[in-house]
Design a protein around this ligand. Sequence first.
Ligand code: AHR
Length: 499
Amino acid sequence: MSNDIIINTDIEKSKISRHIYGHFAEHLGRGIYEGIWVGEDSPIPNTNGIRNDVLKALKQIKVPVLRWPGGCFADEYHWKDGVGPRENRKRMINTHWGGVVENNHFGTHEFMMLCEMLGCEPYICGNVGSGTVQEMSEWVEYMTFDGESPMANWRKENGREQPWKLKYFGVGNESWGCGGNMRPEYYADLYRRYQTFVRNYGDNRIYKIAGGANVDDYNWTEVVMKNAHWLMDGLSLHYYTIPGDFWLGKGSSTEFTDDEWTITMKKALYMDELIKKHGTIMDKYDPKKRIGLIIDEWGTWFDPEPGTNPGFLYQQNTIRDALVAAIHFNIFHNHADRVHMANIAQTINVLQAMILTEGEKMLLTPTYHVFDMFKVNQDAVALAVDNNFEEYQSKNEHLPKISISASKDGHNKVHINLACLDHLEGTEFSIELRGMNLDRATINGTILTADEKNAHNTFEHPDYVKPAIFDNYTIKNGKLSVKLPPMSVAVISVDEGEK
Ligand code: AHR
C-alpha cells in the first residue's frame, strides 16, 4: 500500500462548527472550585473571583462554548440555591462527587460572567432527574426574560438588569443512568413535556438538546428520535476512551504498557463508528441533518491519581492524551455535517483536562496544546481527503498509522491536521494538495511530540511537553513530502496567497 494522501482543496464538505472545540466544566472535584473559581478574597490573582491565569489560558484557545453545571451534578442541581448574596446560599452535599460540601458560591451569575469574560456561548444543562418542570422553566425565565416577571425581577434584585443571551440548553443529562435510570420511552415522554416549558423569550432562541445515548446504545437513539425528533435541535452522545474496564480498573494515566497505548488509540478511533451508526439512525428521522449530534462528553477516563480523592476524578495527562484529542478532532471534522458540537470532559483538574492547578500553580497539559494547535479549524470548511494509508500492527491489533483531516479557512488557508498513532516508529508520506500550487505557497507547521509515551507536564517541569515548529517536510514533484516522528500531532498550514 502506498502512503500517498490526496487533499482535494476544491471539494468542500461541511463547515466545522467552532463548537466542536467546546468544553465541559462540572461541579466535580477541583474543576470549578479552585480550577476556575477562587473567590474575590483569594490571594490567587483573580477577576471577580475567577482566577486570572486560567482565564488567560482559556482565552488563548478560543473556547467557543462551555457546558455547565454537569454532568451527573446537573440532575441534582437546584439553580435557586446558587443565586442571591453568596453568604446566604445553601450549603449542600455533592453526593455524586466525593461527598464534599458545595457552598453554591459559583452559580448562574458567576457562570454567565465567566462566559462573558471568555467570549463563549453558555450551554446550560437542566435538571430532569430530580427537578420539576416549573424549576426548569423558571430558570430559563430568570436568565432570558426582559420585562416584568417574578423571575426577571428576582434576577434584577440580584444585580443583573439585562437578561443574558442563552442559546444552548440541555434537557437532562445521562437520563439512562445518573440522571434517573430511565428507559428511553419514558425519557422521550419527559423530554417532550419538559422542553415545552423551555421558552423563547423576546428574541432569545433556545437550541434544545435532548439527552442522548451512552456509547453504543442505538436503541436509545432510535426511541428518542422516533418519539421526539421534531422537538429537538440536538441529541447528545457520551463516549469516554477507557483503556481498561470502567468498574474493574480503567488503567493509570501515566504508567501504562505498549499494549495499553495501542488499546487507547483503538478505543479513541471507535468514536468514528459510533458517529456513523448513531448518525444512520438519526438520518432515518432527520435526513437533512438539521439535528446536531452533540458529543457533550468525550475524552480519556483513567484511574484517579494515587493519593487523591477518588470522587474528584483527577488524572494526569500525557502525550497519549494529546493523540486521543487529535484523533477525536479529525473524526469530528470528517463528520461535521452531523456533529455540530462536542465538549471535552473536562476543562480543569477533572478527567482529560486542559489545565491542572495546585494552589496558585497552573500547568497546561498536552491536550491543551492540541486545542491550541487545532483551533485554526474552528469554522473552517472540511475538505475531502483520500487516504489509503498503511496500517501498523501492535500485538494483535491493526490500526491506521495516521489520523488526518484537512480544512480551508475564511482566508483560503488550508490546514492539514495529522497524528502519528504509532508510538514506536514514525512514518513518511506524500500529500498532494489537488487544486493548489505549492511552489508559490507559504507553509508553516507546528508539532507536539515526546520521547517517552508517558511524557507529561508537572508543576516542577510545566513545559516538558510543548509544541515546536515543524519543518520536516519538503516539496517534491509538486507534492508535500512529510516525515512524522512516532507519537506526534502536527498541523501544517498552507497559504497560496492571492491567485
Ligand atoms: O464527566 C464525569 C461524568 O461522566 C459526568 O458527570 C457524567 O455525565 C458522566 O457519566
